[in-house]
Design a protein around this ligand. Sequence first.
Ligand code: ADP
Ligand code: MG
Length: 627
Amino acid sequence: MSEEQATVAPSGEAVAFKAEVRQLLDILAHSLYTEREVFLRELISNASDALQRLQFEMLTTSDVREPEAELAIWISVDSEARTITIRDSGIGMTREEMIEHLGTIAQSGARNFIQRASEGGKSATTSAIIGQFGVGFYSVFMVAERVTVTSLSYRPDAEAAQWEATGGDTYTIAPAEQAERGTTIVLHLKEDATEFANTWRLEQIIRKHSNFVAYPIYMDDRRINEEQALWRQAPRNVEAEKYADFYRQLTMDMEPPLLHMHLSTDVPVDLHAILFVPAQRERGLIERRVEGTIKLYSRKVLIQEDAHKELLPNYLRFIEGVVDSEDIPLNVSREAVQNSPVIQRIRKSLTGRLMRELGELANNDTEKFAAFWKQFGVFFKEGLALEFEQRDEIIKLMRFYSTHHADETLVSLAEYTSRMIDGQTEIYYLLASDLEAARHSPHLDPLRARGLEVLLMTDMVDGFMLSGLREYEGHTLRNIDDASLELPGVASEQEYGSLTEEEFGALTKRFADALGERVKAVRASKVLRANPSRLVWEDALPGREMQRIQQLLGQDVPLPPRILELNRAHPVIVNLAQRIAANPDDELTGAIAEQLYDNALLLEGLHTNPASMVSRIQTLIEAAAKG
Ligand code: ADP
Ligand code: MG
């Protein structure tokens, strides 16, 4: 702060912009932009913020200049003089505030922006993102050669001041005459920006980018933007297109939302809300956001910029929207909002409605729901492990890949249980790093032989989710890598192979020696069919799914020793046993044992260093080439 103060000049003098502002101005002034029109959106957004802040002050302070003045934004054009004037009756700025807010860049995001822009990013991208960095105001220099800001703060004792800049290295600040509270910005347009000195053009821009601003925007005494907040309108009167427009202006996400819902009730609580499910989990051009924002209004006053924590469970944190209720007391702290019974009620109805709508989507539009689930399923999975709100509803939404389908079709637990075979009581699942690996898992052998369906879980959070989903309608969920797995149904005849006990015994000993600490035991499998080997857990070790997550997260958790099962009838095993019988010191068998072990880890996604296998594979290739 002290550094800032040093730059404060005596009245009317030139002050140097902070270095990062100079850099930014340079970029803005000397680039060609295809979307220069966004400067107006940025100025209107600042005016709207200023009005919001004033309204909030009025609730808490009695001493406000001109308390009766209309809260609005006025825009006018003088095409002859090539100027645009934007005035608001908002909170205003004192001389010091102008120096602080218009002479420096507060947010660190600005630095990112400068870097991006100067790295020669596409100029269209630059203008589209400019508002996301807290550098919105400076976008005026895309179209203006001179900008004058005159402001009178809401504080009764404040004096008006004027700030002026041409986009060069300095600005001037001086006392000013302005009788009305708020801020007036005059843009002297550049020659190549004459198109904006046109009422019709500006009106078009306002409709496109600022239609849903909560305060009236007037041009020539005519209101340009939507009269009534969209969420306060009757849902049946709102065209679908409006929702998409509103979404874009609210979130700056250019992709239309996947779903919107509009709630409008008066009893038991007054509640007007529009909520959106975005199309993508990660949105925004630069700083990819996954979390949405829920603006909370009461009696048209924005009382919280983001009330997500208060209004929705954490697993719905990707939802975007606006909530408005007259029943929320205005003058309350954040804590009080949280504990208010009205908020609890609203939370319940919002959550209930969202889950219901999602449930309906799942029933009526499988494809759209699958798209939704692939984006946002992870949130619900995490929610199932950590939260308790609407558990049953979450479980109804859950979808998994399954061996029932050869493609990426998702199935619900209800579908799974409807296909269970006679005598089946458990729901079988398999954890793997991806679908391809899952389908190659040797653990599937015995289930395939019996026609049993297996859910294929490939999300990192699945292991975590399972800690909150132990059973479904009385059916335990069972990991099929469990050695003691008892399966229902009849399997096709198991082949036992031609090896003698002795031959097989020698082989298992050779394997155990080669693998050492890595395995607890090596033994014959009762279930393997198509695959030579697999790694199993001796008992359904609780917490092994969590352990898997820690390993996936790269935490330094040692792999616990497991049991290696060998398929006595598999040609690989038969041939190896014969090799050992012929030559007890055979080197290759040890390498193959290690490779089979590594293969198992790979399929589970647990191999920490696949590159380490290369030299071994090389040895095996050489041996194979020799014949
Ligand atoms: P942001 O809006 O993200 O803070 P801007 O560059 O758009 O960044 O604006 C910088 C700051 O200038 C604002 O935070 C605000 O303090 C001040 N400001 C800009 N326009 C106005 C206005 N019309 N009324 C009051 N303050 C304003
Ligand atoms: Mg702004």
